[in-house]
Design a protein around this ligand. Structure first.
Ligand code: SF4
Length: 330
């Protein structure tokens, strides 16, 4: 199946692809410029910028020697100016070396050149067998194999990149990479893949399973929650109100902690001593520390003499709160 896929893909690509200006060159400098521009911007928009940029900076020496303001002016409208500055820095380093880096590894060491860009330049300009895997290509690969790997995870991306390298045509890796990008950008579209126009339709497992619309899998990154809480410092006669967490508690078992407002709902917060942040798993807490006074001894709590504090294990939240008490006293 692999060989057949690659054969059909290349046949489809050679039979007619979009006429984009950077497709006509094997000049590594020009390919590099186009790939950096394409990182965040659509090909149809990049086309005009690319042509004008190369007229103004036709070779890496011209780019390296240009004042930064000229470069930023030529880039203006493309956004992501950090890319332009990295391009400039990389151009200077290339000129210092006196030759354009001709291997994936040497390209990879330059500012702003990640795995994808290094693979694209190495394969298209120098014929090196490295699969260039961007979001479009990940989508094609996951659908082709009906592979539920999470493309936002390092492991999922690595597995699909290995797969791309298995499929890669070693005789013309540059054409293979461009064909994969073209398939992803024009046929294997994110929402509604145009399977009827796809050269791989009869080989595609997601199409056969009817799952193309659900692939690739992008598991939502755990979104962090924010929560505000109030912790009380209640003192009486040289002792502090604390409780020990149960020995079988799921978290922080056996540690001692200060009361929070939720533990003493009828107690009004007194003077604020300060605030601190505390993050656990997916929650960012902001604690306000208040002095407070209680009648009697609330259920489950004990009065612990202040001089015993150094010898008992406290939760981090309680330690941070007591730090504020100390600063307040100091
Ligand atoms: S058949 Fe459809 S889902 Fe499968 S690779 Fe082609 S366009 Fe994508």
């Amino acid at each position: 199946m692999d060989h057949e896929f690659t054969r059909r893909l290349l046949g489809w690509y050679r039979a007619g692809h979009r006429d984009l200006p950077w497709r006509a060159t094997r000049d590594p400098y020009a390919i590099w410029i186009s790939e950096v521009m394409l990182q965040q911007t659509r090909a149809s928009v990049v086309a005009g910028y690319y042509t004008r940029f190369l007229e103004r900076f036709p070779a890496v020496h011209a780019l390296a020697a240009a004042p930064e303001q000229d470069l930023l002016h030529a880039w203006s409208g493309l956004g992501y100016y950090r890319r332009a500055r990295q391009l400039h820095e990389a151009a200077r380093r290339i000129v210092e070396r006196s030759a354009f880096p001709a291997t994936y590894e040497s390209l990879r060491g330059l500012p702003g050149i990640g795995e994808y860009t290094a693979a694209a330049i190495a394969s298209i300009a120098f014929g090196q067998p490295h699969a260039a895997v961007d979001g479009n290509v990940l989508r094609v690969l996951s659908r082709l194999d009906n592979n539920p790997a999470d493309i936002l995870s390092t492991a999922g991306k690595a597995a699909l990149t290995r797969r791309a390298n298995e499929l890669l045509d070693a005789n013309d890796p540059g054409a293979f990479n461009q064909a994969m990008m073209e398939l992803g950008a024009t046929v294997c579209l994110p929402r509604q893949p145009l399977c009827l126009l796809c050269p791989a339709a009869s080989l595609c497992r997601a199409r056969a399973a009817g799952t193309a619309g659900q692939l690739p899998v992008k598991l939502a990154r755990a979104t962090r929650r924010r929560e505000e809480r109030v912790v009380f410092i209640v003192q009486r006669g040289g002792a502090l109100l604390l409780r020990q967490r149960p020995a079988d508690a799921q978290r922080l078992a056996g540690l001692w902690e200060l009361p929070e407002s939720a533990d003493l709902p009828r107690v009004p917060p007194g003077r604020e001593l300060g605030r601190f942040k505390h993050a656990i798993t997916v929650t960012d807490f902001e604690y306000a520390v208040h002095a407070a006074a209680v009648r009697g001894t609330p259920n489950g709590f004990e009065w612990i003499p202040l001089d015993r504090l150094p010898s008992i294990p406290l939760t981090t939240v309680s330690r941070k709160a007591l730090q504020l008490l100390e600063e307040d006293l100091g």
